[in-house]
Ligand binder design. Structure first.
Ligand SMILES: [Zn+2]
Length: 84
């Protein structure tokens, strides 16, 4: 395990209009675009970044599925050993 790297900051952009909402190393929140008012969910953790329609993760079940997906992505990243 290594500590946070300075060069792994992610830009969270609006999936609809592309506006940069924030720059972050880690986030797990519903974000509302200040430009087009589109509401979406952003997840950034350990090199995995996901943005999706907030309406799609309303249910507890879909959030659980999302986290499973995130975990799968993390595993994939480790097994392929990308230096990205
Ligand atoms: Zn927008």
């Amino acid at each position: 395990m290594n500590a946070a790297k300075d060069d792994e900051e992610y830009c969270v952009t609006c999936p609809k209009c592309g506006r940069v909402i924030q720059k972050s190393f880690t986030t797990d929140s519903i974000i509302k675009c200040s430009k087009c008012s589109y509401e979406f969910y952003a997840y950034i953790s350990d090199g995995v970044a996901i943005a999706m329609d907030a309406a799609k993760i309303d249910g507890r079940g879909s959030r659980k599925r999302l986290l499973t997906y995130v975990q799968a992505l993390s595993n994939l990243k480790e097994s392929t050993g990308t230096d990205g």
